[in-house]
Design a protein around this ligand. Structure first.
Ligand code: CTP
Ligand code: CA
Length: 227
């Protein structure tokens, strides 16, 4: 267990953090999801708590134990995640969207287990709400931080998401390297933000444990807050 630092730079702030995958039901026994482990979001929640913040973690299904002292709301679908975030966001100073939210859900959830019939079948999907963009579009939004897991053109897509979703910062990682990201205990990322002149700035975080990466992200955030 890491000792609390004496500076506690997040004291007095409420951070809301999403983590893990969402799970979109197909029928009573099946769902659509992704390989997110939740480790990065849980590491952020633990480090934010350690740095003095009040933390609310909104988590999709994971194998992880919520960090001590962190209020944790467990959800399954993207719609439930958005509702849980909206129930706590009014008092948030910072929102970090670390969840791997399913971009689509089933147009209709079958009430009974689907039986196999034909050689081919199609599922109709509809877009899920974008939780991060919804929070960032609020009146008096909290400072919003996003994540972008990309397999190509990482900086290009990350910078685009930063601007399009009106974020204060985005943490991008290249998930084409399967030894980092998703289920790994370590990670390497590049942080992107716009300085006070609107010029894109970036900072590479070298490969380190998710706890160390989380602390660096949170400390960069406090630098942006002080500008
Ligand atoms: N995000 C979200 N709600 C969604 C989709 C994404 O809050 N419905 C958040 C994620 O938590 C992440 C950021 O948006 O912080 C970027 O997610 P990502 O999947 O990389 O971007 P998308 O906008 O979904 O674009 P695409 O999947 O097409 O790359
Ligand atoms: Ca997506």
């Amino acid at each position: 267990e890491l000792l609390a630092p004496s500076d506690a730079p997040l004291r007095g702030q409420h951070l809301v953090i999403t983590a893990g995958p969402t799970r979109e039901p197909i029928d009573p026994v099946r769902y659509l999801s992704n390989h997110s482990s939740g480790k990065m979001g849980y590491a952020l929640a633990a480090q934010a708590k350690r740095l003095g913040a009040e933390v609310t973690l909104v988590s999709g299904p994971t194998q992880l134990t919520p960090p001590a002292g962190v209020r944790t709301l467990q959800v399954e679908t993207a719609a439930e995640m958005l509702a849980a975030v909206e129930s706590v966001i009014a008092s948030a100073d910072v929102f970090i969207g670390c969840a791997a939210v399913a971009d689509y859900r089933l147009a209709e959830v079958a009430p009974q287990k689907l039986k196999k019939q034909h050689e081919n079948m199609q599922l109709e999907l509809v877009r899920n709400p974008d939780i991060l963009a919804t929070v960032a579009a609020r009146q008096n939004p909290p400072l919003c931080v996003g994540f972008a897991a990309e397999t190509q053109a990482v900086a290009h897509y990350a910078a685009d998401k930063l601007k399009r979703k009106k974020l204060s910062m985005i943490a991008a990682n290249d998930v084409s390297d399967s030894s980092i990201g998703f289920n790994s205990d370590s990670n390497a990322m590049t942080l992107f933000w716009q300085d006070t002149n609107g010029t894109l700035q970036q900072r590479a975080l070298e490969r380190a444990s998710k706890a160390q990466i989380a602390e660096q992200i949170l400390r960069q955030l406090t630098v942006l807050q002080s500008q």
